[in-house]
Design a protein around this ligand. Structure first.
Ligand SMILES: [Zn+2]
Length: 490
């Protein structure tokens, strides 16, 4: 396929093929999905036609991932204060951002959840799907609703959907097994699919189970580790059904919590951190059983959403944003089985943010060096990560400043494509200007150009420019376009 033809196909025929389950007629190669994540504020600030024309001209975008629901700043609102505003959009910070549903919630879909379907008050009279969808379809662009598992505790009814931690306290996160949470996601998905002629859905949940959280095995900034949950009545019922000993699970997690706190306080057991961790696992296999229980709650949510989308319109795709922790933590990675995902997904956006990946990997090393890898030096911890995660980058002293290379994107893409099998589309998430700290890696045009090329070289079925247009600089977006135009799809 030559370049001109590819560009035409990528915007005009993008139609049925981008999300493509089986379509009638002769089989043709699918055009690659060239997507971008964009929130309501960009259309409000800059004008819908201007934004969409710019996407097509600058980066040959054929698919929009509209941030339709979140209470978080990762995909909603403008640039964060403390970070430079990009060279487009309103030159003002939006510190009063709240979030919610950026379309229009239709109450009939939320009868079976306690969680209030709040319309985001940030743009009270604006419905991002109603506005953008016709303008996108006129241009041959597809529209996917992109919603994520990020709430605020003060959302009415959230308290009846919250995870309960090891000590019986409600957390700021939903329990994946709680019907109020499950039915909220199902209601939201059904609302988007039935109320609007959208082309698909993507949901993301950047969370992990109690075992991984107890180890602090993530790139999150909290040095105290994450939430050990869930011990709500729904999860206790599920444990009884699975014949997991609840009292022993609690005892195990209390012991693990004490173990992690002691290590973080600088204590070193005579047998070392790793051996004493493994000793707890052997003594309390319920630790792993509870981790599995947590993951099953999440998988059931994926399965339920997939079943719902299939029931409404099997031609529309649904897939998932896979958290960046997948690149750093072997514990989390083990729980993201691409072949298993193939049973209840049309596509995966696997996060492969190589620029902010450097600082994030360095933080991951600091976090786990504080617990399970305390026997090693930080450099050895990083070496272990490179070994088991199957990519190799620069030393710990350098990665925060240099970021990760395009080779990391290539390897992660190849691994995902090989693991996913023939029917599951892999769309690597490429980072453009995701905020990092002072002195840490900032995205440059060459980085984006090389990362996009690496994704296609690795066999990707598309790329998804992330995390939100409102923080991207245009030169970096254009660099993605340059790479897309150079790549000839297989
Ligand atoms: Zn629960």
């Amino acid at each position: 396929m030559d370049r001109r033809l590819f560009l035409e196909t990528s915007t005009v025929v993008a139609g049925s093929a981008v999300l493509g389950r089986a379509s009638p007629g002769p089989r043709r190669p699918d055009p690659p999905m060239i997507g971008i994540q964009v929130g309501a504020v960009s259309f409000v600030d800059e004008g819908t036609d201007k934004v969409l024309d710019g996407f097509q001209e600058m980066a040959a975008i054929n698919t929009l991932f509209l941030a339709t629901f979140t209470y978080g700043r990762g995909i909603g609102g403008r640039q964060l204060r403390g970070q430079p505003l990009p060279d487009h959009g309103k030159q003002e910070y939006d510190d009063s951002f709240r979030g919610g549903n950026f379309a229009t919630p239709h109450p009939q879909y939320y009868r079976h959840t306690s969680i209030a379907p709040e319309k985001a008050p940030d743009h009270p009279s604006y419905d991002v799907i109603a506005d953008v969808l016709p303008a996108a379809h006129r241009r041959g662009m597809r529209v996917i609703c992109w919603f994520e598992d990020v709430f605020r505790r003060d959302v009415p009814g959230f308290d009846q959907a919250a995870e309960i931690d090891l000590h019986g306290k409600p957390t700021g996160l939903t329990c994946h097994r709680n019907p109020n949470a499950r039915n909220f996601w199902l209601g939201l998905a059904e609302d988007y699919l039935r109320s609007y002629d959208v082309d698909g859905l993507m949901w993301g949940s950047e969370r992990q189970g109690p075992l991984d959280n107890a180890l602090g095995s993530s790139h999150g900034s909290s040095s105290a580790g994450g939430v050990i949950a869930c011990f709500c009545s729904h999860c206790l019922d599920a444990a009884r059904k699975e014949e997991i000993n609840i009292a022993r699970a609690r005892d195990g997690y209390l012991a693990l919590e004490r173990w992690a706190a002691a290590l973080r306080a600088g204590q070193r057991p005579a047998d070392g951190a790793f051996v004493t961790f493994w000793r707890l696992l052997v003594k309390y296999p319920e630790l792993l059983a509870w981790e599995r229980l947590w993951n099953e709650g999440l998988s059931d949510t994926y399965r339920a959403l997939y079943g719902l989308a299939q029931g409404i319109d099997p031609a529309k795709g649904i897939g998932w944003h896979i958290w960046h922790n997948n690149s750093f933590s072997p514990f989390y990675r083990a729980e993201q089985d691409y072949a298993e995902f193939g049973k209840y997904s049309d596509f995966l956006k696997v996060v492969m943010y190589n620029n902010c990946g450097g600082p994030r990997l360095a933080q991951y090393v600091r976090n786990t060096h504080g617990t399970v890898f305390a026997d090693l030096t930080p450099d050895q911890t990083l070496d272990f990560v490179y070994g088991v995660q199957q990519y190799r980058e620069q030393s710990l002293a350098r990665i925060a400043e240099t970021g990760l290379s395009a080779d990391y994107v290539l390897r992660e893409t190849q691994r995902a494509v090989a693991g996913a099998g023939p029917h599951l589309k892999i769309w690597p998430g490429i980072d453009i200007d995701i905020p990092t700290g002072a002195g840490e890696k900032k995205t440059q045009p060459d980085d984006v150009h090389q990362a996009v090329r690496a994704a296609f070289q690795g066999g990707a079925h598309g790329v998804l420019l992330s995390r939100k247009y409102s923080e991207m600089r245009l030169a970096n977006l254009r660099a993605a376009g340059r790479a897309v135009r150079e790549v000839k799809p297989a």
